[in-house]
Design a protein around this ligand. Structure first.
Ligand code: NAP
Length: 276
């Protein structure tokens, strides 16, 4: 992975990247590079780690170098939104963007909301327990509420959960929890990072209600600790890579106007080429 300052104007083709910190674990470069190859588009999709105080300089530099756009990941979705003109209700209402298109203006959109909903789009709405209150949790909360789910929200920093619940109460039934109880949840959504094998999930897996499906937004080839446990325990599971593919496909379509080759993108990150 090279530094964003090493990108130059001399490089050609369709240039794209994901920015974040940390970003080395992102599967987006693998997935989007496979998509560009399949489409026969000459170009590249890189990952750049960025320090918080460098965010604006990094975006200016990449725009100057001729990048078409960037994806934005942890923890910059909200700070980058503040630097962009927002397009679409998902970006405007969540105040988070995961996709930026450079041009005369920097335009930010949020494909996380549609990406999150895609794997559960046919499920009847019910009660969801959502863990986390960062950018990914905002997308999930907005997606769930606007599709009729009721949401209970828990976050390590309680004030963030309370603030999110207050802000999103106009979209539906959402409450912040003091402890992450999930007795009646039909769906448990984890929107916190899963670093390695460290267990940061605040509920003991074994206590999760048997009827609750498990959706882990964090992802890893081979599954996260949570999804591996859930599969073994016979739970209905949504792998975060499902969301990754759809948000990435929508971003690629927004940047290029081409139809994203979803089966190739899925296969590139270890998912079966067709959705199950
Ligand atoms: N599958 C996909 O397509 C997709 C899309 C977006 C994001 N994601 C994944 O979702 C995760 C969250 O991303 P984000 O953009 O929401 O990040 P973010 O804005 O930085 O938010 C991080 C969230 O995780 C919580 N957290 C961090 N470390 C924790 C720990 N040790 N224990 C408990 N909670 C902890 C934070 O709680 P505090 O408020 O207390 O700090 C916050 O709620 C990342 O793993 C990201 O890769 C996946």
């Amino acid at each position: 992975m090279r530094a964003w300052r090493d990108a130059t104007r001399e490089e050609s083709g369709l240039r794209l990247a994901v920015i974040g910190k940390p970003v080395a674990q992102s599967l987006s470069p693998k997935m989007q590079s496979a998509a560009l190859r399949e489409l026969g588009v000459a170009g590249s999709y890189e990952a750049f780690e960025v320090e918080p105080e460098e965010l604006r300089d990094c975006l200016s530099h990449l725009a100057d170098c001729g990048f078409r756009g960037v994806n934005v990941t942890i923890p910059y979705k909200s700070p980058v939104a503040a630097l962009c003109e927002l397009e679409g209700s998902e970006a405007i209402e969540t105040g988070c963007v995961n996709t930026v298109r450079f041009g005369e203006k920097w335009v930010g959109s949020n494909t996380d909301v549609a990406g999150f909903l895609h794997p559960i789009r046919t499920w009847p709405p019910g009660e969801a327990l959502l863990i986390g209150a960062g950018g990914a949790a905002e997308a999930a909360a907005y997606a769930l509420l606007t599709s009729g789910w009721s949401v209970s929200l828990w976050n390590r920093t309680a004030e963030r959960a309370e603030e999110l619940a207050r802000r999103f109460s106009r979209f539906g039934s959402i409450q912040a929890l003091v402890t992450p109880a999930e007795a009646s949840a039909d769906l448990v959504v984890s929107a916190i990072p899963a670093p390695g094998e460290e267990n940061v999930f605040p509920v003991r897996f074994e206590t999760l209600s048997r009827s609750a499906a498990i959706y882990d937004l964090a992802y890893a080839e081979g599954g996260t600790r949570l999804t591996r446990w859930a599969i073994e325990a016979g739970r209905r599971v949504v792998d975060g890579r499902e969301m990754l593919v759809e948000q990435g496909a929508l971003a690629l379509e927004w940047w290029t106007g081409l139809t994203a080759p979803r089966p190739v993108m899925r296969a590139a990150i270890g998912l079966p080429p067709q959705e199950i």
